[in-house]
Ligand binder design. Structure first.
Ligand code: DGP
Length: 113
């Protein structure tokens, strides 16, 4: 999508600090980190949100979730971490391209705000 900031990051039109990349996904540091480790993992193809995912996306999203585990290991999050998806207005999603936050290296709180 031409006006999507994360699509632009995926094609390197906007620079980012890339942690991992393959043909289907890219992981890069969040510009506004909420934890010592804060990485965003996105599919390269544009999907607006979790609410826009269809059955045909399930293999890709399964791979993406599995890869989050590997990225967590790569980043030394052996003591645990949090994976967050903000969806839609009530979920406080600000960037309308599906993404998962991977947060670590601090003790999280529950419930989230
Ligand atoms: P969310 O609220 O779940 O939609 O979070 C979007 C996140 O994206 C937020 O934590 C800040 C991050 N972000 C927004 N624009 C950019 C950008 O241009 N580069 C990077 N690295 N992160 C961005």
């Amino acid at each position: 999508m031409t006006d999507c900031i994360f699509c632009k990051i995926a094609i390197k039109e906007i620079p980012s600090d890339i942690i991992y990349e393959d043909e289907n996904m890219i992981a890069f540091k969040d510009v506004n980190p909420m934890a010592p480790v804060h990485v965003l993992i996105i599919p390269k193809i544009h999907m607006e949100s979790m609410d826009h995912v269809t059955k045909k996306d399930s293999v890709l999203l399964g791979e993406l979730l599995y890869k989050i585990k590997e990225i967590a290991s790569l980043l030394g999050l052996e003591n645990g971490y949090r994976v967050v998806n903000n969806c839609g207005e009530d979920g406080l999603q600000t960037v309308k391209h599906l993404h998962f936050h991977l947060l670590g290296k601090r003790k999280m709180q529950w419930p989230p705000g």
